[in-house]
Design a protein around this ligand. Structure first.
Ligand code: HEM
Ligand code: HEM
Length: 291
């Protein structure tokens, strides 16, 4: 999949996800905001209640989306036979799409009533989705090839060196900006980093980087290089800074990601186990949806 196609792929997920959420909110707003004891008299009750034609369907389709989203990703990731089918990172995007829109549909299936043992399944689902967002952030901190394989520190250092040559070519005669840039693009600046002070550290880091990039841009402007070369230099400088941070925090990110899996998976299992019991109970009680 080339870059343009990948953009369309991700945009499609976003458009579908956002449209589904907005449409369901608009369509069901009157019903979902009606107090529980008055809903029976609402014109949409037979459609939107959890066992209604639409409400029940939301539960079934949302659940199927989650089952497909999880199993397809896990199979693609684990079985050698499927390693050649698309890049893992694109399958992760598919996982995120199905496992975000699925829970939205399940939310509308519940009609915002969270009663009984099945509410444990619902809240486990919420925790899995929230932890997914955190996991996605940590995942992005671990540099990977386009295929989704982790890149080693040695490879990262050699990428950084190549970028450094490019950036130094503009700063060689501006020693003060050069020394500022050396500081900001050095992995050593993360030596004092720890998870407790991470938030403050990143805020300071953000403003430091902004300031040095401003100096660098001024320097490039003074040199009067063409627009495309100037864009390339700025991109190289930004990449060098990001790579320095990722090299410095690689061990921390890998450890965090390992611990994160231990959190994400059990909630997913809890959600599915209770959901299976819930479905079995509804079938025993005779609910059959539209069939
Ligand atoms: C993770 C997935 C699911 C969650 C979290 C979930 C959650 C819920 C909740 C909170 C309710 C409302 C309970 C109440 O009235 O207090 C409900 C009702 C219901 N659900 Fe689900 N559900 C899920 C999947 C499914 C699936 C896949 C089906 C069907 C195959 C289903 C069928 C039903 C039915 C028929 C009702 C109405 C039961 C009644 O009115 O007594 N649900 N569900
Ligand atoms: C109900 C919804 C979801 C369920 C049931 C679910 C379940 C899972 C499972 C079972 C795995 C595989 C864990 C493993 O390989 O050990 C996984 C991986 C992952 N999920 Fe989810 N997930 C959900 C939603 C999300 C969301 C919304 C996001 C992001 C916003 C997300 C991000 C991730 C990431 C980053 C991985 C790790 C990929 C890797 O290590 O290769 N998940 N998820």
């Amino acid at each position: 999949m080339n870059k343009a196609l990948h953009k369309i792929y991700v945009s499609l997920f976003l458009v579908v996800g956002i449209s589904v959420t907005i449409l369901l909110t608009i369509y069901g707003f009157d019903y979902y905001t009606t107090p529980l004891e008055e809903r029976f008299f609402n014109a949409n009750h037979n459609l939107l209640k959890p066992s209604g034609a639409l409400g029940h369907g939301f539960g079934i389709i949302g659940t199927l989306m989650m089952i497909v989203g999880v199993s397809v990703y896990m199979i693609r990731k684990r079985y050698r036979k499927f390693f050649n089918i698309g890049y893992l990172k694109h399958w992760l995007e598919f996982h995120i799409f199905l496992c975000s829109v699925g829970p939205v549909l399940v939310l509308y299936h519940t009609a915002f009533k969270f009663g009984g043992i099945v509410s444990v399944s619902f809240w486990s689902m919420v925790l899995v989705v929230l932890s997914g967002v955190v996991g996605r952030f940590i995942y992005l901190q671990i540099p990977r090839t386009i295929q989704g394989q982790e890149i080693s520190v040695n490879e990262l250092n050699s990428i950084k060196e190549k970028l450094a040559i490019k950036v130094r070519s503009v700063l060689s005669e501006d020693s003060s900006t050069l020394s500022e840039f050396e500081k900001i693009s050095s992995a050593d600046r993360y030596k004092s980093f720890n998870l407790l002070t991470a938030a403050g550290f990143f805020v300071r880091d953000y403003f430091d980087i902004k300031r040095v990039m401003r100096l660098l841009k001024m320097r490039i402007k003074l040199l009067g290089v063409g627009k495309s070369e100037s864009n390339e230099l700025i991109k190289a400088a930004k990449s060098e800074i990001v790579i320095a941070r990722r090299i410095a925090l690689l061990r921390t990110s890998q450890k965090l990601f390992h611990w994160w899996h231990i959190f994400h998976l059990p909630f997913a299992i809890t959600m599915f186990v209770i959901m299976v019991i819930h479905v079995a109970v509804t079938i025993i009680f005779g609910y059959k949806w539209i069939f």
